[in-house]
Design a protein around this ligand. Sequence first.
Ligand code: NAP
Length: 291
Amino acid sequence: MDGTTRLVGIIGWPVAHSLSPAMHNAAFAALGLNWAYVPLPVPPGAVEDALRGLKALGFAGANVTIPHKEAVIPYLDEVTPAARAMGAVNTLLVRREDGTARLVGDNTDAIGFLEDLQAAGFDPAERCCLILGAGGGARAVVYALAQAGAQVTLHNRTPRRAQALVQALTPHLPGASLTALPAGTRLTDLDLAAFDLLVNTTPVGMWPHPEASPWPEEVPLPSHLTVYDLVYRPAKTRLLRQARRAGARAIGGLGMLLRQGAAAFTLWTGEPAPLDVMRAALEAALREAPA
Ligand code: NAP
């Protein structure tokens, strides 16, 4: 690092566990870019100061993670339509023009999910998709799928949150087919023959509870289904093992994490992201993470 090093980082609370510094710093090194990516722990209540700090300290941008993805929005100079629709920002770009710094908020989670799904050979256009969960991850997934022309059905433990998500996204997605399953619908009641894609956006099955699955063991998964689990730790969740046993296609969440990072990398640097380097760095960081 020297006086010309460009800085980016990740704003969250906590951020010590984040895999993003390893992924981005490996990419900068591979491309010979004099950039550095630093964890930026920002406690709740300090978001506005942190954003002013990014501008004042000459940062080129930042990622934003839990719990600040929504809280940053009121303090930004511009928010992209995608981030506005999702109500969440995961990437900030600092634009400097005529001595003034402007903060632009974007969201690369949806594109990260969509690109990973497409890279696995699944084209969502006109396909029927069942989403488990209605939190932040679901918002990105539902937005991405609806934008790509899929028919999207949501099931959530708290049904009114799924209904609220549909209501929030619908005005931003004219013509989209979004449905929240009515309260009382059990997963065991569903006929999966009607669906092409099942996406888990709940944390069920995530470390330290890898024995859990969001899908009931007694309901078989049809072999024509593609199953995408946003959970990436462990890499092979119980849900993915259920899918593979049923002969269904199973995709873990590491690719989404990778591709949302790659999209942010390109927004900041203007360079194509070195995906293989970033994937290897993520996998190494996961192996080294405390178990
Ligand atoms: P979140 O905003 O807290 O939402 C969690 C959702 O899961 C809520 O709808 C919640 O239901 C549901 N849920 C939680 N515990 C449950 C349980 N025991 N049984 C059934 N439903 C349950 O979390 P998030 O930010 O969306 O993250 C969810 C998971 O996705 C995490 O594992 C996260 O690491 C992963 N993720 C991965 C990526 C990636 O890049 N691969 C990106 C984003 C998120 P209620 O509404 O009833 O509380």
